[in-house]
Ligand binder design. Structure first.
Ligand code: SF4
Ligand code: SF4
Length: 158
């Protein structure tokens, strides 16, 4: 139960993904509880995220409108949004990251699940940090595609 553990079930995770495995990058919004928050919706240049008049409502995404641009990822104060898609045998993620040290492009880090367990190797493809992303880095990570619904973040291997 997410209320007791803070960890969503596989069913809850899948409910945040498109029905079909995403071949194009799509925002996965793992916001499960009603809180007064809406930067994800106001930051989306394509009006793909809706919260509505009641700011406490859980955000809903229209995957047809989502271009995978990533604006919502660094706008979310809860680091609750990632971008994901599958290409050939790889799952490609863009994740928010606010820890140091930052990974080096080309390095292999640990891929970690929502329980904090290491589950796979994670190839660091890019590290984006600029004035738009403020103090949140956007890391592009590649993991084997079978971890599409398990991978959530990276951990330094040292
Ligand atoms: S990735 Fe871009 S288009 Fe998709 S929901 Fe986020 S801000 Fe909107
Ligand atoms: S900005 Fe993040 S924490 Fe706030 S409602 Fe959107 S997804 Fe949830």
């Amino acid at each position: 139960m997410i209320k007791n553990t803070g960890i969503p079930s596989l069913e809850q995770i899948k409910s945040k993904f498109p029905d079909e495995v995403p071949v194009k990058p799509k925002a996965i919004i793992e916001c499960y509880q009603e809180i007064p928050c809406n930067p994800c919706a106001t930051s989306c240049p394509f009006d793909a995220i809706t919260i509505g008049k009641d700011i406490n409502q859980i955000p809903r995404i229209d995957f047809d409108k989502c271009t995978g641009c990533g604006s919502c990822v660094y706008s979310c104060p809860g680091l609750a949004i990632i971008i994901a898609n599958v290409k050939n045998e790889e799952a490609v993620f863009r994740i928010p990251y606010e820890q140091l040290p930052l990974p080096e492009v080309g390095s292999i880090w640990h891929g970690v699940n929502r329980n904090g367990e290491v589950i796979c190797k994670a190839l660091i493809k890019s590290v984006l940090k600029n004035k738009n992303t403020d103090r949140t880095c956007i890391i592009t990570v590649i993991v084997p595609k079978q971890f599409l619904y398990e991978f959530i973040t990276i951990r330094c291997p040292e």
